[in-house]
Design a protein around this ligand. Structure first.
Ligand code: ASP
Length: 314
């Protein structure tokens, strides 16, 4: 049974941080990403193509911390991480700290299919993307006014000049997609700008296969969001696969256990997962998680909080 789930990051997302327009724009962005992926899945396409299409749509949307709209690091630059995994062959590709690739997830896929590497970082990743003919952009393409403001507040906080808490929504976020296609193939894709004001060169869990991204046919596909250092140390995405594969746990039990461990670490965490039967899970221990899913009948649902996850018809 085909299914598709996406996320746009988890955290404390204050309702007050939204205008009616920005709230609607985020819901629309989630729905559009689901439509892009579902168009492929519903016409018998591959899970791999569906997750790539959904993540490209989210990277192009300014509401989410990936591609256009990504956060700025401490140096005021964008360094982007992304990964994709094809559960059919456990093939994977990822890029880290890339600076000029318009759609990082496309580059991750090229690493998987057109190189002998799994993870390419920094200038090497940018050069590879250029060689592959992918769209190359200036850093300014990724920057929005809102992200500039977030950077400014983080800088004020570091200098002891900020007299209020920064919300998690302005600190971090990530986008991701997992899918099961009609043939039961699984795939996962994740893309992020990481954390606002992160140290230059810092790489999170997103491009670390088995930490923030993982897919294996017959088992599960997972994409994570939250402070990456915790997911790397716990090997979260692979841990969920191991629980299902070796312990026979259900998708719900395995994903809930992973979130419980991250809660014990006091890490605000969320993830999306789909198993080999097309069952889905979207657990998170945070107040909100931008998320959306399509059920087999093609019904799209999106939401940010527990109360607003609802069908989206437009
Ligand atoms: N996992 C991402 C990172 O640590 C951030 C997030 O998902 O909010 O880079």
């Amino acid at each position: 049974m085909a299914s598709l789930v996406i996320h746009g990051g988890a955290g404390t997302i204050p309702r007050a941080s939204f205008t009616p327009e920005s709230y609607q724009a985020a819901r629309q962005g989630l729905a559009d990403a689901l439509k892009a992926g579902w168009k492929i899945l519903s016409s018998g396409g591959l899970a791999l193509d569906a997750v790539e299409a959904a993540v490209i749509a989210l990277e192009n949307h300014p509401s989410f911390n990936a591609g256009h709209g990504a956060v700025l690091n401490a140096a005021g630059d964008h360094e982007l991480d992304a990964a994709i995994m094809d559960g059919r062959y456990r093939n994977a590709g990822a890029i880290a700290s890339a600076r000029t690739i318009r759609n990082p997830i496309r580059a991750a896929r090229r690493v998987m299919e057109a190189s002998d590497c799994v993870l390419l970082a920094g200038a090497g990743a940018d050069a590879f993307a250029r060689e592959q003919g992918l769209d190359i952009v200036d850093q300014a393409y990724f920057t929005t006014d809102l992200r500039r403001e977030h950077w400014k507040r983080a800088d004020e906080e570091r200098r002891g000049l900020l007299n209020r808490e920064r919300s998690e929504a302005e600190k971090h976020g990530t986008v991701g997609a997992v899918a099961c296609d009609d043939l039961g193939n699984l795939a996962a894709a994740t893309s992020t700008g990481g954390y606002t004001y992160k140290r230059a060169g810092r790489v999170g869990d997103t491009p670390v296969i088995g930490a923030g991204t993982y897919a294996a046919n017959g088992v599960v596909a997972v994409s994570c969001t939250g402070l990456g250092e915790y997911f790397i140390r716990r090997g979260t995405a692979h841990d969920i696969a191991a629980r299902i594969r070796y312990c026979g746990e259900t998708l719900d039990t395995a994903t809930a256990a992973a979130i419980a461990e991250l809660s014990a670490d006091k890490c605000g965490a969320g993830l999306i997962a789909v198993d080999a039967r097309g069952a889905i899970a979207m657990p998170h221990n945070t107040e909100g998680m931008y998320r959306g899913a399509v059920t087999a009948d093609g019904q799209i649902s999106v939401g940010i909080y527990a109360v607003d996850f609802s069908p989206f018809d437009a």
